[in-house]
Design a protein around this ligand. Structure first.
Ligand SMILES: NC(=O)c1ccc[n+]([C@@H]2O[C@H](COP(=O)([O-])OP(=O)(O)OC[C@H]3O[C@@H](n4cnc5c(N)ncnc54)[C@H](O)[C@@H]3O)[C@@H](O)[C@H]2O)c1
Length: 287
């Protein structure tokens, strides 16, 4: 999608981190931006930052795990700007701990936001974009954990592997349809955001006892050597701004896989596929 000026972008999870940075880069490319987030205050702050810099932006409080809420987001975007040309399904959360210790509410929360959020985004926005008949683009945020299996991030890994295959399938289906809609799947390594404090936006209905620790406790204390090793293998910690710039470039150049840490990702993905091809057990992830 080369021409972005005046076009409309919707970014979920844009109250913080990667989503806020992407919204900023898209606005600086002169797109009109709909900022969606479950956290009203954070969302309002992004909108204020964008409009304060002279960009056109609105906020629509959205719970991406709820299909009706995502439909209301699309309706609000169309009501305000008349169309949607770019949807970035980005909102995400995580829990940590051994996979058998994840509770049912841990699974429902993480899969609800990370996987169902993207499913709803595709289900609601892609038909709208096809109907418009104009060039468009879908960006889905997965993770390096969508390409390999990181210890102690079971629900997160499952959700992100799901987002990668959703994106690959969407790409193929759009190609078969001849639609002028590009797809990118963002697979970051570590980025300096508030993801480690995901619990702040965990809904009451899905709180309950969590067998798995929150990411912050797990990773900040580095109590868990396996996870710390695996995360160390992810390479340098990037700023959200660097990732925002990569996403803008991927949209402009229609690049499908967006790897923020390409060297280390190639090594880890090759190791995984060699394990499969050689039918051996998964190789340990080491920095
Ligand atoms: N930070 C990293 O190291 C990293 C690495 C790989 C992938 N990612 C992915 O990047 C995406 C963005 O995360 P981030 O790192 O910027 O974290 P972040 O916590 O800074 O931002 C995530 C945003 O999503 C919002 N959100 C949470 N639940 C929501 C819901 N139900 N509906 C709508 N919004 C909701 C939060 O309020 C927050 O504003 C996530 O999908 C995450 O899994 C992050």
């Amino acid at each position: 999608m080369e021409k972005l000026e005046g076009k409309v972008a919707v970014v979920t999870g844009a109250g913080s981190g990667i989503g806020r940075a992407v919204a900023t880069h898209l606005a600086e490319a002169r797109m009109r931006v709909v900022v969606a987030d479950i956290e009203q205050g954070a969302m309002d702050a992004t909108v204020a930052q964008l409009t304060g810099a002279g960009h056109e932006a609105i906020g629509v409080q959205t719970d991406v795990s709820d299909g009706e809420s995502v439909q209301a987001l699309a309706d609000a975007a169309v009501a305000r700007f008349g169309a949607v040309h770019l949807i970035h399904n980005n909102a995400g959360v995580g829990v940590g701990g051994p996979i058998w210790a994840h509770t049912e509410s841990d699974w429902r929360w993480v899969l609800g936001v990370n996987l169902w959020g993207v499913i709803h985004g595709i289900r609601v926005f892609v038909p709208l974009m096809i109907e418009q008949g104009e060039p468009g683009h879908v960006v889905n945020t997965a993770s390096m954990a969508g390409l390999i299996s990181v210890p102690h991030l079971g629900a997160y890994n499952v959700s992100k592997h799901g987002v990668v295959t959703l994106s690959e399938t969407l790409h193929r289906d759009l190609q078969l349809q001849g639609a002028r809609i590009g797809v990118s799947v963002l697979c970051p390594g570590l980025v300096m955001t508030n993801i480690f404090e995901s619990q702040r936006n965990r809904p009451e209905g899905l709180s309950g006892e969590t067998g798995a620790g929150n990411l912050s406790a797990l990773i900040r204390t580095a109590a868990d050597d396996a996870t710390a090793d695996a995360l160390g293998a992810f390479g340098d910690v990037l700023s959200p701004d660097e990732v925002g710039a990569s996403v803008l470039d991927a949209v402009r150049t229609d690049r499908f896989y967006v790897l923020t840490h390409p060297e280390i990702t190639r090594v880890l993905v090759r190791a995984r596929y060699d394990d499969i091809v050689e039918t051996r057990s998964p190789t340990a992830l080491r920095p």
